[in-house]
Structures are given as C-alpha cells and as structure tokens.
Design a protein. Structure first.
Length: 380
C-alpha cells in the first residue's frame, strides 16, 4: 500500500499536516482552524471505492466502481464481494456507484444502488433495489426501478447520488454524459437532470412535471434540470431541502439548493470554460430564469461526496457542510449563514476523496479513492 509520501514537504507543513507515528495512514493529525483532528485508517485494500452506507449494527456497506459491493466490519475487516450485483459498465467513470439504505431498512432490509448499466447502444445510469442478506453476503430480489431514457456511447458523467427525502421518495442525480451536454436543457431527456421517484420507481404526484401541464413532453420524474455531473447530494438538516454540488468543466463547480422545477443552467449558463482552449461556454454566468449557485469554485476542485454535519463529536463544526474533492485532494468545510456560504476552510487530505458521510457515531467518514481506504476523523 502506497503511503503519503509528501508529508514533510513545505506544502504539507504549510497546510498543517503533522505525522505522529510511522505512517500517515493511521496516525495523521490535521491542524484546522478550530483545533486538531486525527485522521484514522479504518479499512484498506479496496478497489476504487465510490460510496458507503452504515448498517444498524455498525458495519459499512460500500461499493467499488469495478462492480463489487462489500461489507466492512467494525474491526475494519473487509468481506468478500456480495453475490447478486448486476453487470455494470465499468469503463471510464462508469461502474457501480452510489448505495443507500431504505428508510425502513431495519424491517425490510432493502437497499438501493445506482450503476452504469450496459445497453446494446451504449450505457445509462440506472437504479436498482434489492434485499440485503448481510450474513450470506448476497443481494436478493434485485430489480431495476429506474433507468435514463437515453443511453449514448461514452464513459463519462453518470452522476450519481441517491438521497431519500423525508417522505421516503428517492432523489437520483444524473449526469449529462459529457458529449450529450445540450440534452441537459431538454425536458424530454433524463440527461443532466435530478429526478425524484417513489421507492418502487413510480412517479410522485407532486413532482413539478408529473401532471405535464404546460410541458407535455417533460419526463415526469424530473425534479430539476440543467445539471452537468452531480456527485454530491444531501438533505439540509433543518429545511429538508435537497442540496447538491456538481462538477464544472474548467472552473465553475457549483453548490446548489435544488428546488423543484428549476433550471440550473448547464451548458447555457456556467462559470466554467472549455477544456484546453479555455473559451467561454454558453451565454454567460447568469440569467433571470436560471437558479444561481450558492457557491462556485474556480478553479475546479472536482467535488465528490457531501454531508451536513449535525453531530456532537465536533461541536465547533455543527451546521457546516463538508465536501470531498478529487482534483485538489482535500476536504472542504463550508460555514453557512442564512443559506449562504460565508467561509471555506480546506483540509489537505492529500488523496482523492470520493465520499463523505456523517456516521451514526457522530464522526466524519471518508472514502479515499487513491489508496482504496476507509478513513475516519476523530478528535486529536
């Protein structure tokens, strides 16, 4: 396993990273604006981990992008792959993606997961539900409950985060599939959208386009549109509203409050620019009918994973938003006031952070995509 090699560099020292033992993986202390925290390695040996969910008994259910689902014990033991996972399109950014427990998991043992589903034409983001048999390490009664209505070729921009709202409906974030970005502005298409579905895949009657009045060709699952590639989403702990962030191209990563029926602009309104040539995309950075971002990052940090912190382990962070970053290999802490970001602190983790969760123990948990590890933040 590769260790963190740059820990004594000037960059690391300036970021406040101090090695307290033989290796960063288990003994790193990060100096933050509100005190020191310890970065603890819980498990390792994973292959491109993408998402995690906490079972009631404290174990972790997690996905690996090549198409495997595993359980991680409270002692850090990683299980064999679970049986029953469907075939995935494991190319580029595609594969097995997010996983979430049903709100009634304690009684129905149901999970949902998203994946790049191969088709005869190409592939598409799909969502399946299944019953987890944790002791037998398998999934039963696997059923696809949603799939994008277009399946272009290519291996990029699948989304895909899964968030249950307070009524038990499921938000699914869907990428624009990169080469099909103009479809994000087309309501007949699922590309570049966030959709909201019932647990069985049905359409909630209060979705903004469910009745199709004034937009007869709009897909009824659509909740919001004009998105590029949303890889972080969570419910606001007070309002219950969905918040999400998405990748911009060259600049223009966005954090958004996702409201029903709103257009978030891509690719017409964006702070991002074209790769390589750096020319402007679309019409500009604002328009009256486009919902502006709460925050945008230029240059791009490549955000992935997101959690509102509500625990008591770090009382100084209560109410903050935590966003993982792939490109800049950090954890961003955002301070909110009246629904606006008033301050950002960047914790230099030094590895690609794919997922961020608050555990039932009140700690912050991270997935390190670079080294295939589960990490936890503890008070130092």
């Amino acid at each position: 396993m590769q260790r963190f090699s740059g820990l004594v560099s000037a960059t690391a020292l300036a970021a406040g990273v101090f090695v307290c033992g033989p290796g960063f993986a288990a003994d790193a202390v990060l100096r933050t604006e509100s005190g020191q925290v310890k970065l603890v390695e819980v498990a390792r040996g994973l292959d491109t981990p993408w998402s995690m969910a906490f079972l009631p008994d404290g174990r972790l259910l997690l996905t690996e992008r090549p198409g495997r689902m595993r359980l991680v014990g409270t002692d850090g033991t990683v299980s064999a792959p679970l049986a029953g996972v469907p075939e995935v399109h494991a190319r580029g950014q595609g594969g097995l993606l997010d996983v979430a427990l049903s709100p009634d998991f304690a009684t129905d043992r149901t999970i949902v997961f998203s994946f790049a589903q191969p088709t005869a034409r190409g592939a598409r983001t799909a969502v399946a539900r299944a019953r987890l048999d944790a002791e037998a390490l398998k999934l039963d009664d696997v059923k696809v409950i949603f799939a994008q209505n277009e399946d272009p070729s290519g291996n990029h921009h699948w989304g895909s985060r899964l968030v249950f709202d307070r009524e038990g409906r499921l938000f699914v974030t869907l990428g624009d599939r990169f080469h099909s970005r103009d479809r994000a502005q087309v309501l007949e298409s699922h590309l570049g959208k966030i959709v909201r579905i019932d647990p069985d895949g049905g359409v909630p009657g209060d979705n903004p386009f469910a009745q199709a009045e004034g937009a007869p060709k709009a897909q009824p699952e659509i909740w919001s549109w004009g998105h590029r590639n949303v890889q972080g989403a969570a419910l606001h702990p007070l309002s219950g509203e969905l918040w999400a962030h998405e990748h911009g191209p060259q600049g223009g990563d966005e954090l958004n409050r996702v409201l029903p029926g709103r257009n978030y602009g891509w690719p017409v309104i964006t702070f991002g620019r074209e790769y390589v040539v750096g020319t402007r995309i679309g019409e500009g950075t604002e328009r009256a009918d486009v919902e502006p971002p709460i925050k945008q990052w230029t240059p791009s940090i490549a955000p992935s994973g997101m959690a509102f912190y509500t625990g008591d382990v770090f009382p100084q962070w209560k109410g903050n938003v935590f966003v993982g970053a792939l490109k800049f290999q950090l954890l961003a802490r955002l301070v909110l006031e009246d629904g606006k970001v008033v301050h950002e602190e960047r914790l230099d983790i030094g590895r690609r952070i794919r997922d961020v969760r608050q555990g039932p123990d009140g700690h912050l948990w991270l997935l390190d995509e670079s080294d295939g590890r589960v990490l936890r933040l503890d008070p130092a």
